[in-house]
Design a binder for this molecule. Structure first.
Ligand code: IPE
Ligand code: MG
Length: 229
């Protein structure tokens, strides 16, 4: 979700107004994804690199996040959403963490769409954490080095148990991955729009999905019927 700041600056508003309006986009897109029967939606809310931002912006983001988790709890339940987060906990305030935990617990037996917020998330850090855990398991004799496979790594990422994303939508025209789910998006389709996140609405989501549906996904193989040599 990129371009909140640019959206606000373009209108002569403080950056925080872009973040506020971005929350409205989140509400609308979450509800539309539920309605469309999307299995899983991950929103990149705060990267591990975002801590470089000014303190006041970060504290406003924390406040918005806490408000969102509290105010959306009823909606999450109404939409039968299973809520989760990925990322490191450090840097998030105790009250944000407590509100997040409440929503995770409350929604844990919902079986509709999985909604995951990436908070203080960085993919390289996630891979480091996974490697540490696997190395510790190997040292403790719980796993043999020769048994380490792609599945082992999958199971040690924050996203363990989730499917890999099929589609990555990037707003505000940026053509980079920005440390997002590097392992998991190996075969995801990319869709980039010039629109800033606060302007991203249901019709844009529909365009992205329609475009995705027309992609020819070969996963490195061929689509032609194979003929014997
Ligand atoms: C995305 O908007 C929201 C967060 C990273 C929290 P930005 O704040 O990155 O907006 P731009 O890139 O400055 O326009
Ligand atoms: Mg940005």
């Amino acid at each position: 979700m990129d371009g909140n700041g640019r959206w606000a600056q373009g209108k002569g508003l403080p950056r925080i107004e872009g973040h506020r309006r971005g929350v409205t986009s989140v509400r609308k897109i979450v509800e539309e994804c539920t309605r469309l029967g999307i299995g899983q939606l991950t929103l990149y809310c705060l990267s591990s690199e975002n801590w470089k931002r000014p303190k006041h912006e970060l504290s406003m983001l924390m406040t918005l996040l806490e408000q969102f988790v509290i105010e959306e709890r009823a909606e999450i339940m109404r939409q039968n959403i299973r809520f989760s987060t990925i990322g490191r906990r450090d840097g998030l305030t105790d009250s944000v963490l407590a509100e997040i935990q409440k929503t995770i617990d409350l929604s844990s037996s919902n079986d509709g769409m999985k909604l995951c917020l990436a908070l203080n998330y960085g993919s390289r850090g996630e891979i480091v954490d996974a490697v540490k855990q696997i190395a510790a398991d190997a040292q403790a004799g719980k796993i043999a080095v020769e048994d380490i496979s792609e599945a082992t790594i999958d199971e040690h990422l924050y996203t363990a148990g989730s499917d890999d994303p099929d589609l990555v939508i990037r707003t505000a025209g940026e053509m980079r991955v920005s440390n997002f789910l590097l392992w998991q998006i190996s075969y995801a389709e990319f869709w980039v729009t010039q629109k800033c996140w606060p302007d991203f609405r249901e019709p844009d989501l529909h365009t992205a999905i329609r475009d995705f549906a027309s992609r020819d996904r070969r996963y490195g193989g061929l689509n032609e019927p194979t003929t014997s040599p």
